[in-house]
Design a binder for this molecule. Structure first.
Ligand SMILES: Nc1ncnc2c1ncn2[C@@H]1O[C@H](COP(=O)(O)OP(=O)(O)OP(=O)(O)O)[C@@H](O)[C@H]1O
Ligand SMILES: [Mg+2]
Length: 401
């Protein structure tokens, strides 16, 4: 957040307009000192042109020691070299002419980025985030990405983990229809968030599926996805890691900028392949692309979907061609899997004994083994505890709206 020291109402309104409505205004440096005591997360202070230079310098001198991640931005009617020199010596980050509202807005944004970088580096924020991100990907369409990601998310949540399913197939995503959720709120609303995006800001955008499973749904029409950039996706995914044990990401069949961002944030990448030659060729090219992107091989696993022992390529053919072991094989269930999709109910819920459901449960368990959360590490019985009542290991949960 930003605080502006400005006693002239008209100027204060202009500055708030440039910075954003979350900026707060105080009338004096004394009021600012008091205000900052209550605001440990403030990232910028803007000192209006009415603030006397000596008071501004003295304040900046103190803040650079007591609040090094907080930037002081000085506004002056005219910026000359003597003001600039004194400001920089005292530790102010920027000096901007007061009529340059664009310059002010950019200076505040730079301050925010600096604050985020400094506080993340200091607290090891990224590394200590509890959530693990699992991306389900294939460069080929129709190989089962949505089927696998939805069933994996449900299986993980049934096992007691707090899960968020993100539909990153922004133009044509069908997580909502697959799980029969109405897309009242979607990821495109994140574009309207002013200032920093935190868990509080994201919560209203999520759609609840069950007690442990929420979803961040794709926009309702393709053109709404266009303004969504890679940076925003990165911010959303890292923020979700603060609130969920697992984030499962469904993807479009393409290496678009959003998918590349999800790769960057992924702890585990499930590369789907079906037992047919074109899918195998796509998986091979994808693995080569991972190498070109410097994506660590040890973070990806091959998932064979639609396995049929009587037809198609054999698992050993696939392993030989991809020079990688198959992590989990999901059998083809030509009746039950499409039928469950048409009923908008994941097969792990509707038919828990079906071999495909059991494979999804096994996939969830193996994912937890490969990328445990801090909580599963501390409580190794978490997966098993769901079995103590004699019901299935991954309990069926009723849907809540
Ligand atoms: N193991 C399976 N057995 C039988 N049918 C399956 C299996 N997995 C997926 N399918 C069916 O294949 C079709 C495509 O699945 P899905 O929509 O999950 O693929 P996708 O990769 O997400 O597609 P897109 O690239 O278009 O997003 C669906 O009709 C689904 O029911
Ligand atoms: Mg899909």
């Amino acid at each position: 957040m930003t605080t502006i020291v400005e006693s002239r109402t008209a100027s204060a309104e202009l500055f708030v307009g440039a910075i954003g409505p979350s900026a707060e205004v105080v009338p004096s440096v004394d009021a600012l000192r008091h205000h900052l005591e209550q605001r440990p997360d403030e990232f910028a202070v803007v000192l209006g042109a009415g603030v006397n230079l000596t008071a501004a310098v003295s304040l900046a001198d103190t803040l650079r020691v007591t609040r090094p991640a907080l930037s002081v931005i000085l506004l002056r009617q005219r910026v000359d070299s003597s003001v600039l020199a004194e400001a920089l010596r005292s530790g102010m980050r920027e000096v901007v002419e007061e009529r340059d509202l664009t310059g002010l807005s950019l200076a505040v944004r730079r301050s925010q980025s600096l604050y985020e970088a400094l506080t993340a580096a200091h607290s090891g924020h990224q590394e200590s985030a509890p959530g693990r991100l699992i991306t389900v990907f294939s460069a080929k369409g129709g190989v089962g990405k949505t089927t696998v990601s939805t069933n994996l998310a449900v299986a993980l949540s049934d096992a007691g983990h707090k899960v968020c399913l993100v539909d990153l197939d922004l133009a044509f995503g069908d997580v909502a229809i697959t799980l029969q959720m109405s897309p009242v709120h979607t990821i495109s609303e994140a574009l309207a968030i002013v200032g920093d995006i935190g868990s509080e800001e994201l919560r209203p955008l999520l759609t609840k599926y069950s007690a442990n499973l929420s979803a961040l749904l794709a926009p309702t029409s393709p053109e709404l996805s266009e303004p969504i950039g890679r940076h925003l996706i990165g911010k959303i995914l890292t923020t979700l890691k603060q609130s969920f044990d697992y984030i499962v990401v469904d993807t479009p069949p393409a290496f678009d900028e959003h998918v590349l961002q999800a790769f960057d944030e992924s702890d585990l990448l499930l590369l789907l392949v079906t037992p047919v030659l074109p899918a195998l060729k796509a998986a091979k090219v994808t693995l080569e692309t991972f190498d070109l992107l410097n994506f660590p091989r040890d973070k990806s696993r091959i998932v064979l979907n639609g396995y049929n022992p009587k037809i198609g390529l054999s698992p050993s053919d696939i392993e030989t061609a991809l020079k990688s072991e198959i992590f989990v094989s999901i059998p083809t269930e030509p009746t039950e899997v499409p039928a469950s999709m048409n009923r908008c109910e994941p097969i792990v819920t509707s038919h828990p004994r079906n071999p495909a459901s059991q494979a999804f449960v096994a996939l969830a368990r193996k994912c937890v083994e490969v990328v445990p959360t801090a909580e599963t590490d501390a409580r190794p019985g978490l997966l098993v505890s769901a079995n103590t009542d004699g019901r299935s290991l991954f309990r069926r949960r009723s849907k809540t709206s």
